[in-house]
Design a binder for this molecule. Structure first.
Ligand SMILES: [Zn+2]
Length: 68
């Protein structure tokens, strides 16, 4: 999958970097499942961080690492 990178000023291959976000969401869900009382305090923010990571780290330039 190629995308134009304004930093590199050319078309570059975009690598999907979704694993950290997915892992963070799974960890948040596991905390919520096994620790019901802690889930609202810890699990929900952890899951939210995972969603943010998914959105921010969805596509990255393989050369300079900038998010296009
Ligand atoms: Zn780039």
């Amino acid at each position: 999958m190629d995308k134009y990178c304004p930093n590199c000023k050319r078309m570059v291959g975009v690598k999907k970097n979704m694993m950290p976000g997915i892992i963070t969401i799974v960890v948040g869900l596991l905390i919520a499942l096994f620790l019901p009382f802690v889930c609202l305090i810890v699990g929900a923010p952890v899951a939210l961080v995972g969603v943010v990571l998914l959105i921010l780290g969805g596509s990255k330039c393989s050369i300079c690492g900038s998010k296009t």
